[in-house]
Ligand binder design. Sequence first.
Ligand code: ATP
Length: 279
Amino acid sequence: MKQPLLAVENLEVAVRKQDRLLPIVRKLTFQIAKGEIFGLVGESGCGKTMTCMAILNLLPAGMIRTGGQIHLAGKSLDNLTSGQWRELRGDRMALIMQNPMSALDAIRTIGDHFVETLLAHGKTDIRAARIMAEEYLTRVGLPDAGLLLSQYPFELSGGMLQRITVAIALAQQPDLIIADEPTTALDATSQVQILDLLAEVRREFGTSILLISHDLGVIARLADSVAVMQGGQIVEQAPAAELFARPRHAYTELLLNARRSINLPHKRRGADGSSTNAS
Ligand SMILES: Nc1ncnc2c1ncn2[C@@H]1O[C@H](COP(=O)(O)OP(=O)(O)OP(=O)(O)O)[C@@H](O)[C@H]1O
């Protein structure tokens, strides 16, 4: 791989319990190329979210990064000031969370969210921010963007809100989007639409995406490469086609068999938009 956009090496995260540190994420190593969709899959509680939070320097209280290195476009993310982190989050790396309602403030309009975010990152002035907001809302497939700007989150469906969080992320033109279970809280139709939207984002903007899910079907639909996590560690890592065709680790096989037994179709979509069956 040329210089990766994101390089995570031997990442370790632990939780402080009384006077002990209990490991949560252990020796995690992976790289994401520019324009690549990298899937991180594993059962609930295996440490996926804490991995993203460590990358974004947003670990909750009591959780500590105890080791490893993280580089973005060749630059170490160690020893950044809090101001530099604020700039980096949004400008370079954006987070899309499971529940769009928790990413948005209930008492602010959609327009306010855009203006606030874009102004905070010094991208633009208020008038231009609203124009950009309309442009990005339209780009993520939301009709009547002008009206949406004056609406509040509670007036909109989960699928629409998730599109809006993608639009807000995109408006900041990040190099990397971290999407942590972006479809888990959505109905089946909205799930497919959001996954297709992320594929389109990568195609159109060349954005790299770290896609996190407990659902192998979600990963199979989008990811170029996959890392399978169990108990805080990566147990298998391979290009998606290879991993789905020839799983090497028993846990990957277990996940694949569980997926097959509920017999849901999943499609892989290439960078060129073509789609093929993954199973
Ligand atoms: N704030 C916290 N304090 C202490 N332990 C936590 C905290 N948040 C998560 N954990 C624990 O850390 C481990 C990893 O959690 P994490 O949220 O990263 O898992 P996950 O793979 O993302 O699963 P899920 O999708 O269910 O969130 C779990 O055992 C969890 O109970």
